[in-house]
Design a protein around this ligand. Structure first.
Ligand SMILES: *Cc1c(COP(=O)(O)O)cnc(C)c1O
Length: 450
């Protein structure tokens, strides 16, 4: 059935995939992933590939779960859709918001639903505007983020539309500024970890003072930066950051789209790292990617202001709180609980994964191999001493990535860092398989680049 389609011409003639150089794609061709099971994906040529990325950091419970298909089918038959604009709600969305308030850090008790991480972050930007306007400080508009921070790709969509009420709560020029990431591999040099935690968090204070402290609305950060290359902050970094946010009365937003739902060995990295965000972004692992859904967790300070002060929040999506997505999300969370995945991951899988990643530091091509929970990055370098990086950034990473795929291993390259983010269901044998295949790819890469 599927196989009758002429994939090559169909895709190149009609489908424009995201984050793609279309000219390059026309030259290289495209791989069709046709089915998946457990932690493996299969392409239409019959290749079996171990998925060390859990899709795109999202398939936390692995592929092929009947339960999710069952609840989706049941919910589609019962109530496939109804909006929540007309003072209406549906049962799965109501139950999911209750469940999320139980598993997220204390104080985050309200949920606003959207369909993607990008939309959830757009929602947060508008909420931040709404909050400071209600507080009588509408000049607080600037949101400070970080170099290599990734928060999605739709941020400015509302500004392109013509709804004036929405514009006032949306983005203007100069609303976003960035500080360097706490990227030890790049910036730490000879500093101790404690000192680097101070230096790198002070970048926030310097930026606040540079821009004017009464204009700053919020600081946003992924606890571990994912798409930026699995950047793990030094111990103490967020402690300082949170003090600075308090000192200047700015909201602290944790984007947990990747780090949520067990990936760090707790429900959320905020719990693991002792963070108390005012708002939190959730997506990806919320449904394990089986169906699109995202959520903004809103803390008491912000939610109570909305509820007490009133004034319409001009924002929402047709599919906010979609009943089928919410039913799938709830069952996904049930599975994580029923199978004790978080305990299992923190007591067994993460320590095993960490020891295997650490051992890669001995390889001549590896400048640094680091991991946090089930997130890892292996930085490839030209010369370990120094270390000396490759001058043509990204080329070696791409070569290594292609060898990985050829060997039946799906990994991602960010610059020359090789990224892993396996499912919570990854077994020790599968971790061994990842490492074996990756080591072969490292050898092949070395041969090719000298
Ligand atoms: C993927 C990601 C997003 C964007 O999510 P989409 O569903 O792709 O819009 C936002 N923040 C982080 C940290 C992400 O990793």
């Amino acid at each position: 059935m599927d196989n009758l389609i002429d994939y090559e011409s169909t895709l190149l003639d009609h489908h424009l995939p995201p984050f793609t150089d279309y000219k390059g794609l026309a030259k290289d061709g495209i791989r069709i992933i046709s089915n998946a099971s457990g932690n493996y994906i299969f392409d239409n040529e019959g290749n079996k590939i171990l998925d060390a990325m859990a899709g795109l950091w999202c398939v936390n419970i692995g592929y092929g779960r009947d339960e999710l298909a069952e609840v989706a089918k049941e919910q589609i038959l019962r109530l496939p859709y109804y909006n929540s604009f007309f003072k209406t709600n549906n049962i799965p969305a109501a139950n999911l918001s209750k469940k999320l308030s139980e598993i997220t850090p204390q104080g985050l008790n309200h949920t606003f639903f959207a369909n993607s991480g990008s939309e959830a972050n757009d929602t947060i930007i508008r909420m931040v505007r709404h909050y400071w306007a209600l507080k009588g400080e509408p000049q607080k508009r600037i949101i400070i983020g970080r170099e290599y921070g990734y928060h999605g790709s739709t941020i400015m969509s509302a500004s392109m539309g013509g709804m004036v009420d929405m514009h006032n709560q949306a983005a203007k020029e100069n609303d976003f500024h960035h500080i360097p990431a706490p990227y030890s591999f790049k910036y730490k040099g000879n500093q101790s970890e404690d000192l680097f935690a101070e230096t790198s968090s002070n970048w926030l204070e310097e930026k606040i003072l540079e821009l004017g402290k009464d204009k700053i609305a919020a600081f946003v950060a992924e606890p571990i930066q994912g798409a930026g290359g699995v950047i793990i902050p030094p111990n103490g970094y967020f402690e300082h950051i949170q003090e600075i946010c308090k000192k200047y009365n700015i909201l602290f937003i944790a984007d947990e789209v990747i780090t949520g739902f067990g990936r760090t060995g707790e429900w959320f990295a905020s719990q693991k790292m002792n963070l108390s965000p005012d708002m939190m972004t959730l997506a990806k692992g919320l449904t394990s990617g089986y169906i699109p859904m995202s959520a903004v967790m809103v803390g008491e300070k912000v939610a109570n202001t909305f509820i007490e002060e009133g004034g319409e929040f001009y924002h929402g999506f047709t599919y906010s709180g979609h009943p089928v997505a919410a039913a799938v999300a709830l069952e996904n969370l049930n599975i994580i609980e029923r199978e004790n995945l978080i305990t299992k991951v923190s007591s067994e899988t993460i320590p095993y994964f960490a020891s295997k990643i650490k051992a890669l530091n001995d390889h001549p091509l590896v400048g640094e191999a680091r991991s946090f929970g089930l997130l890892a990055c292996v930085e490839l370098v030209k010369d370990k001493s120094g270390p000396e990086l490759f001058s043509n950034v990204g080329e070696t990473g791409m070569i290594c990535r292609d060898f990985c795929i050829q060997n039946g291993l799906m990994m991602r390259a960010v610059r020359d860092g090789m990224i892993m983010s396996p499912a919570l269901t990854i077994t020790k044998n599968e971790i061994d398989e990842i490492i074996n295949k990756f080591e072969i790819a490292l050898e092949q890469t070395m041969k090719k680049i000298i």
